[in-house]
Ligand binder design. Structure first.
Ligand SMILES: Cc1cc2nc3c(=O)[nH]c(=O)nc-3n(C[C@H](O)[C@H](O)[C@H](O)COP(=O)(O)OP(=O)(O)OC[C@H]3O[C@@H](n4cnc5c(N)ncnc54)[C@H](O)[C@@H]3O)c2cc1C
Ligand code: SF4
Ligand code: SF4
Length: 421
């Protein structure tokens, strides 16, 4: 039992475990009051800002965010101290209030702390759903972490982009042998590149979406595929050699790779074969769309399809030579999937982005938006979300629907999923 004196001076401090965190930025994007920040090494929580609202806990793919340690109020760990950590400090033996539980997605008052003052307004500030579709399968997450990595063997590494293109995107197949690695379409894995960073710390894992369906890249094999772009320029266009993407793109058949995960429990496809799926992506954001499309294709081949369940794809790239899976996509029957490409740099052609092509299909988008069995997935470059949401709003408004209401319904019913990086 805490004494009155202890209760006044002991607090729970919200911390991020640097050993598990894969630096995906999800928590920083989610926190409604900017309590999370990062440097080149660690993601950290500002002790003087965090109000323990829990909004960041459910979206974190690894669980690294869910750490609450008892500390003396006057000796909370500063962000500068947290930046130096390779692992969390051992918890102090102090008597504290209950550790907060993970909040339910969509809950209005998600604050379980008796002493915190601020409450957030549900999950309104997150544009996408924080729950999966009702008919999604149950996903397994975090089966492997940095303390129990699983080793996969490379069984293939193929270039997807045209040899003449300077964009090197690869399809890499990883085999888990007899190690259990159950996955679903829309989930991702973490890859730990070998070696250490400039501070001589082990490299942290990078996240890659699965491009293969749940029953394996090769049906009934314990293998997965990923779609990886070799990073040779940073976001400002400066030359850089991305640590993990270059490592993965250079892997040879037979090489061993350290993997953690799987991650993700919301960006999952509906199992219901009559559900419509609208997929909107750019570049390597096509990985989860390939996984979902392939799942549907295999179900159709097994005679378990449903003609009511439409697939509509909007896929943007600079030109067709840089579009992963261009050839195989073009071979899919038109009555199986409605494909719409948008190329922004085809010589002699006007620039087209995914939003432009979506606008050309407004009546068809509207018809799907009106159907309660429609699920929307957006994946690709950061910054595409707002343009896509704008077009969805235009389609809804054109059809006499009230966008804020429709948007809230899509989000609350697990029907709008956004993943950009
Ligand atoms: C949920 C999620 C899913 C992802 N799925 C995929 C996927 O399916 N395929 C894939 O290729 N990547 C994916 N990524 C991105 C991937 O995790 C890495 O961030 C990416 O491969 C770069 O890692 P790196 O180690 O090569 O670069 P780093 O060494 O970490 O970074 C080098 C420099 O490049 C910049 N940089 C990092 N990424 C990019 C980029 N994409 N474009 C331009 N500059 C960049 C960094 O800011 C840094 O300055 C995903 C990320 C997230 C969060
Ligand atoms: S793994 Fe979790 S704690 Fe780390 S950056 Fe991503 S969301 Fe934040
Ligand atoms: S608990 Fe709330 S305030 Fe604290 S870091 Fe997470 S989202 Fe931000």
């Amino acid at each position: 039992m805490a004494t009155i004196e202890q209760a006044q001076v002991i607090k729970k401090q919200h911390l991020i475990d640097p050993e598990i965190c894969i630096r995906c930025n999800t928590c920083e994007e989610t926190c409604p009051i900017d309590a999370i920040t990062h440097d080149g090494t660690n993601y950290v929580v500002k002790p003087d800002v965090c109000n323990h609202c829990m909004a960041c806990v459910a979206p974190c793919p690894t669980g690294a965010i869910d750490n609450w340690q008892p500390v003396h109020a006057e000796k909370m760990y500063s962000i500068d101290e947290q930046y130096t950590w390779d692992e969390l400090p051992a918890p102090l033996a102090l008597d504290v209030p209950d550790i907060p539980a993970v909040a339910d997605a969509g809950t209005t008052d998600v604050n379980t702390e008796a002493d915190a003052e601020v409450t957030i307004q549900g999950s309104n500030y997150v544009a996408g759903s924080q729950i999966p579709p009702w008919s999604a399968s149950h996903s397994y997450t975090n089966l492997y972490g940095t303390r129990n990595v699983v080793t996969a063997t490379v069984s293939g590494n193929y270039r997807l982009t045209d040899d003449a293109s300077d964009s090197d995107i690869r399809h890499v197949v990883l085999d888990f042998g007899d190690a259990p690695f159950p996955v679903l379409e829309g989930q991702s894995i973490g890859i730990i590149p070998p070696g250490t960073d400039a501070g001589e710390r082990l490299h942290h894992a990078r996240q890659y979406s699965l491009a293969s369906p749940r029953d394996g890249e090769r049906p009934r094999y314990n293998n997965v595929s990923i779609t990886v772009k070799r990073v040779v320029q940073d976001y400002d266009g400066n030359a850089v050699k991305g640590v993990c993407s270059n490592y993965v793109c250079d892997l040879q058949k037979g090489d061993k790779v350290q993997v953690i995960g799987p991650f993700g429990h919301t960006f999952l496809m509906p199992n219901h074969p009559g559900a419509n799926i609208i997929m909107i992506c750019t570049g390597t954001g096509s990985a989860p769309m390939r996984a979902m499309t392939e799942r549907r294709r295999r179900k159709h081949l097994e005679g378990q399809g449903d003609a009511r369940g439409k697939l509509m794809l909007f896929f943007g790239a600079r030109c067709k030579e840089e579009l992963p899976y261009f050839g195989p996509l073009n071979k899919l029957p038109k009555d199986f999937i409605d494909i719409n490409f948008a190329f922004s740099r085809t010589p002699g052609q006007p620039k087209k982005y995914v939003q432009d092509v979506m606008r050309e299909r407004l009546p068809d988008l509207l018809a799907l938006l009106k159907d309660e069995d429609t699920y929307i997935y957006v994946c690709g470059v950061k910054g595409m979300e707002s343009g896509v949401l704008e077009v969805l709003q235009e389609a809804a408004t054109a059809g006499g629907m009230v966008w804020p209401e429709l948007h809230a319904t899509l989000r609350q019913k697990g029907r709008l999923h956004l993943e950009t990086y």
